[in-house]
Design a protein around this ligand. Structure first.
Ligand code: KIV
Length: 256
């Protein structure tokens, strides 16, 4: 399977009833090996790493060094897939810091793109500079977990006129700044559809309905790898936590 590029993604709009862009997260080498052999279009090393792998309460604690270690492992495991890496909290708080850290992540992980949360003007200016320097960027609006305290918790976005107007503007600004696709997280489905129709670049939804051009999920939530309840919009396809627990229990019994 030929590796996809931004040329493929940038103009992808899902036709009515058509196939969405398929994105899943990965954090480790074995999962990356598996996804490398799958029909997934893009792999995201999300900073959800902090929640589902490192046991942090929020993504705010994730450091750039942690992102680098896990992203390099995924790159080694999935050389044939388009790889996106999240810039973690604080690493793009100003434009100059953002340029330095984005270039570091881009060079050291050999990913194809970095992802940045938030569509405000400062981020758009950063994205403009990065794309001019040759770094492909994925935008991310709606629920942006790095700003969870500033946003006031985990909830659906785009529920009132002010929020609708702001999100639509942010989506357009991110596209104009050069982002080649846009993650839309926990945005009400009517607004997700409006944003999707308003943009030339694809939207990739999570908890935002089915009208986006693509879908992304945290692979650990999808497979039931953790002993926690996944977000309400996820329908896990397995409970691998329990499966592994039972198998390990059975193995340990054989040692008695
Ligand atoms: O960190 C992450 O996994 C993400 C996805 C939920 C889009 O940003």
């Amino acid at each position: 399977m030929k590796k996809l590029t931004t040329k493929h993604f940038r103009n992808y709009k899902k036709p009515q009833g058509g196939v969405p862009l398929k994105m899943l997260t990965a954090y480790d080498y074995p999962t990356a090996r598996l996804l490398n052999e799958s029909a997934v279009d893009m792999i995201l090393v999300g900073d959800s790493l902090g929640n589902v792998v490192l046991g942090y309460d929020t993504t705010i604690q994730v450091t750039i060094e942690e992102m680098l270690i896990f992203s390099k492992a995924v790159r080694r495991g999935a050389p044939d897939k388009f790889l996106v890496v999240d810039l973690p909290f604080g690493t793009y708080a100003t434009k100059n810091i953002g340029i330095k850290n984005a270039l570091r992540v881009f060079q050291e992980t050999q990913c194809e793109a970095v992802k940045i949360e938030g569509g405000h003007k400062e981020n758009c200016r950063l994205i403009e500079t990065l794309t001019k320097s040759g770094v492909a960027v994925v935008g991310h609006i709606g629920l942006t977990p790095q700003s969870i305290h500033e946003q006031g918790g985990y909830y659906m976005h785009g529920q009132d006129n002010v929020s609708v107007k702001r999100l639509l503007q942010e989506a357009k600004d991110l596209q104009n700044a050069g982002a080649f696709c846009l993650v839309v997280e926990c945005v009400n489905k009517e607004l997700s559809k409006t944003i999707t129709q308003a943009l030339k670049i694809p939207t990739i939804g999570i908890g935002s309905g089915i009208e986006t051009d693509g879908q992304v999920l945290v692979i650990n939530d999808l497979l039931g790898l953790g002993d926690y309840l996944p977000p309400k919009f996820v329908k896990p396809i397995a409970n691998l936590f329990q499966v592994k627990k039972d198998l390990i229990g059975k193995y340990l019994e054989t040692l008695q």
